[in-house]
Design a protein around this ligand. Structure first.
Ligand code: ASP
Ligand code: MG
Length: 470
């Protein structure tokens, strides 16, 4: 089998962990598989790079030298732990030094310009992965394998949505195959930087925070890999966040659609776009834990067996949101109100997470991030100024500090009474449901509650559907 194995930041947290990640790849190669590795930055690195650049843009260069020093020390220590060879250490250290000089130069120019563009930020943020892959490749060599560190800018061709780029798949597949398949066939492990790609013109882009998961499935699809294994720091996808619901357990198998719903709705195990490239491929994606490598984790497959019980697979929550409702007696039956509302928020680059409208059409509400509330309200009020003057629209009402709770499962479709049970248990606990939405795919029943009710809602629903039981 050809496996793409992605290791996240905590799985590469220091030299010892990088060694363990290499050992996990080695084990599968010893089992007769071919492996392509995708690596994130060492944990914390991306955040530090971004913080230094952002501060520099605000006129403060104090973090630049300090960040360089700190990251250099971290990567030197990792190099020394990864290999006993002085020669290899010196080579790795010189490489880190070069990457950090790039960082310093970029950050200094951000400081001079007093401006950090999305493009500039991508160039800085992607350096964390570039710093990491030589270490992972060396760790594989220490285990007797041939390995080569490769920049994904050579492989993944993206659009120019800096900060959140999407791959152009046909070109990516051609480049990735041409560059990687000879290595795979020759028995060399390619260690590819996660998180980044490049435009057709060769400018570095990133795939969004946490984007290395996405890199892994992009390459998995491009190479027609048999499986993609995402090595992280938890035992797969769980029925709920175990910090909130202590009884939460790992889901052994879920479908692409269920995994996508759960990751869009706040289960932070996977980058939300992870399943997109692989969706047409019918290949499993596994979520595994480097801290507990024998745990079977979660297998994400095109169509999950329902196991005979439980239409609900998991529940997630996104907190700190704001619900905005546009109300007015003159809105009913008027075409274009929703279009105007969405256009107004879209122009502010505010993403709408949930929508509800009663069929009387007298109010329409959207849920957005609380941080964006003021901007969105101003934009909507401006958009509907005329309607307000005419009295057709009353204005925008905002309810801050709310949470979307999403109840997810492919079986929601075929099982009547799920909504009744959800609302029943919340009512028993005196929790008020502010708004409700269910897409007609019926994979996801979303409801909005106050932030202060969120945790109890999750625990109540988890218990009502006995999600702790296998
Ligand atoms: N290093 C990147 C980030 O922190 C990508 C990743 O870890 O997946 O967002
Ligand atoms: Mg991650």
């Amino acid at each position: 089998m050809l496996l793409v194995m992605k290791f996240g930041g905590t799985s590469l947290g220091d030299g010892a962990r990088i060694g363990q990640a290499a050992a996990l790849a080695h084990r599968e190669i010893a089992n007769g598989h071919q492996v392509v590795v995708v690596a994130s930055a060492m944990s914390g690195v991306t955040n530090q790079l971004i913080a230094a650049a952002q501060l520099a843009a605000r006129g403060d260069e104090s973090l630049i030298a300090e960040t360089r020093r700190r990251l250099f020390a971290q990567h030197i220590a990792a190099a020394q732990a990864v290999t006993p060879s002085r020669e290899a250490q010196d080579r790795l250290i010189a490489q880190s030094d070069r990457q950090l000089t790039v960082f310093e130069n970029l950050a200094r120019s951000v400081h001079i310009l007093g401006e950090l563009t999305a493009r500039g930020l991508d160039a800085v943020a992607a350096l964390g992965e570039s710093l990491c892959v030589p270490l992972v490749a060396q760790a594989l060599r220490e285990r007797g394998l041939a390995a080569e560190a490769i920049e994904a800018t050579e492989l993944i061709v993206t659009d120019d949505h800096f900060g959140n780029a999407s791959p152009l798949m046909p070109e990516t597949a051609a480049q990735a195959r041409a560059r990687l398949m000879p290595l795979v066939q020759g028995g060399t492990v390619a260690v590819v930087t996660g998180f980044m790609g490049a435009t057709r013109g060769g400018v570095t882009t990133t795939l969004g925070r946490g984007g290395s998961d996405y890199s892994a499935t992009i390459l998995g699809a491009a190479l027609d890999a048999d499986e993609v294994w995402i090595w992280t720091d938890v035992n797969g996808v769980m029925t709920a966040d175990p910090r909130i619901v202590p009884q939460a357990r790992t889901l052994p198998e879920i479908s692409y659609a269920e995994a996508a719903e759960l990751s869009y709705f706040g289960a932070k195990v996977l980058h939300p776009k992870t399943l997109m490239p692989i969706a047409s491929k019918n290949k499993p994606v596994r979520i595994l834990n480097t801290f507990e490598p024998e745990h079977p984790g979660t297998r994400i497959v095109p169509q999950a067996a329902n196991g005979g019980r439980g239409a609900v697979k998991g529940i997630t929550a996104i907190k700190r949101l704001c619900i905005l409702s546009l109300e007015g007696r003159g809105m009913g039956g008027v075409p274009g109100v929703a279009a105007k509302l969405f256009a107004a928020v879209a122009r502010q680059s505010v993403s709408v997470m949930m929508i509800a409208q009663s069929s009387s059409e007298l109010d329409i509400c959207i849920v957005i991030e609380d941080d964006a509330a003021a901007r969105a309200i101003a934009a909507i009020e401006q958009e509907f100024e005329l309607e307000r003057l005419r009295g057709d629209v009353d204005g925008v009402r905002a309810q801050r500090q709310v949470t979307i709770v999403a109840v997810v499962g492919a079986g929601l479709r075929a099982t009547p009474g799920i909504a009744a049970r959800v609302f029943g248990v919340l009512a028993e606990r005196g929790i008020n449901v502010i708004s409700i939405a269910q897409g007609s795919s019926e994979y996801n029943l979303s409801l909005v509650v106050q932030d202060s009710d969120a945790d109890e809602s999750l625990r109540a629903i988890h218990q009502a559907f006995e999600l702790e039981k296998v």
